[in-house]
Design a binder for this molecule. Structure first.
Ligand code: NCD
Ligand code: ZN
Length: 337
């Protein structure tokens, strides 16, 4: 069947974005607001979002930059964080707490080395009906094996807290997909465009592409296929979270390049191409506008967004950042909402 040249979908959500802080924030927030109704904002700022005051002022900063964007707030779980703090973060409007293992990604030097040190916080997250978002990589494991090596901890957390809703963020491996699908309904995963479309061949198979370097790293073709199959299947446990993580060009094109892909400007066009090429464009709406909201217990967004088959070239740089697929021609465009 020939795919249509344009579709209209319910306004989408992005359940994993980094909006950063300070002067750079407003460009990133406005870029998000052009297409997304709601974004789940990651808390790995410096200092992290870990108190009600920090959460409220971060939300206010985002709101003043992009009033039409709904920022869904998260906090960073700190080792030893107590139940009262989690409750106060819930009262301040947090939807989720984010679990960052020690040292596995950008600004995780204050991360968790011992799961026991966050059991109180996780118990409170469960009791308060919040979601536990996990960066699922095991510190010290080999780079390509870090996600798989973390999965026993994921299963353990799911077993220990029988009502806890958990999201394994940016699922990147076949083992990760399999684990999410095998665990109960209350365990889901976000999927990024880069893990869905790229592999290590794109990252290091030719010349090094620092702008595709992220944690977890893009993996093998078999891993990518497992992600693609599960997403095309329309499994409601996998929904969109771009992990759009901008770093200034100089921080990426460096001997100590930062991890993070600026996917926001191209995520919907790339996704539309992915689904359309497989004759499955009718599945994109569930993936970007429905499954995530349902998992988080949010009402569907009002309004809609149009995706149109139209050629355009991704800018080489946006707000000082090299976006994913910079300089490439896209076959689909997301019209501003
Ligand atoms: C993210 C960042 O830059 O904040 N980097 C990344 O490679 N994905 C952090 C994260 O989500 O791991
Ligand atoms: Zn992230």
């Amino acid at each position: 069947m020939r795919e249509p040249a344009e579709i209209e979908i319910r306004t989408p959500d992005d359940f994993h974005v980094h909006l950063r802080q300070g002067p750079a924030l407003s460009g990133y927030a406005r870029e998000a607001a052009r297409r997304f109704g709601r974004v789940l904002v990651m808390p790995n700022t410096l200092p992290p979002i870990a108190t009600p005051g920090e959460l409220a002022s971060y939300r206010a900063e985002i709101r003043s930059a992009a009033p039409e964007l709904t920022a869904l707030m998260t906090f960073k779980i700190q080792p030893g964080m107590d139940r009262a703090t989690v409750r106060s973060l819930r009262d301040a409007g947090a939807l989720a707490g984010k679990y960052y293992p020690l040292g596995v990604t950008t600004n995780s030097e204050d991360g968790i080395s011992d799961t026991d040190s966050v059991m109180d916080a996780v118990a409170a997250i469960e009791a308060e009906g919040l979601v536990l978002c996990i960066h699922g990589e095991e510190p010290g494991a080999e780079i390509l094996d870090r996600e798989r090596a973390f999965l026993p901890r994921l299963a353990h957390l799911a077993r220990s807290f029988p009502r806890l809703r958990i999201v394994l963020e940016h699922v990147s491996s076949a083992a990760g997909v399999e684990a999410v699908l095998a665990l109960p309904e209350r365990v889901a995963g976000t999927v990024t465009v880069h893990h869905l479309l790229y592999t290590m061949d794109d990252l290091i198979g030719g010349r090094l592409d620092p702008h595709l370097f992220c944690k977890p790293v893009v993996k093998t073709r078999a891993d990518r296929s497992a992600l693609q199959r599960a997403v095309l299947d329309g499994n409601r446990k996998l929904f969109f979270g771009s992990d759009s993580a901008p770093h200034p060009r100089s921080a990426k094109e460096s001997a100590q390049g930062e991890a993070g892909v600026y996917a926001m400007p191209v995520s919907l066009p790339l996704l539309a191409g992915f689904f359309a090429e497989r004759g499955a464009l009718d599945r994109i709406e569930d993936f970007v506008s429905r499954f995530g909201a349902e998992f988080y217990g949010l009402p569907p967004n009002g309004g809609s967004l149009r995706l149109r088959r139209a050629r355009w070239t991704v800018p080489e740089e946006i707000d000082g950042v090299v976006p994913l697929a910079a300089g490439r021609e896209m076959a689909w465009r997301a019209l501003d909402r």
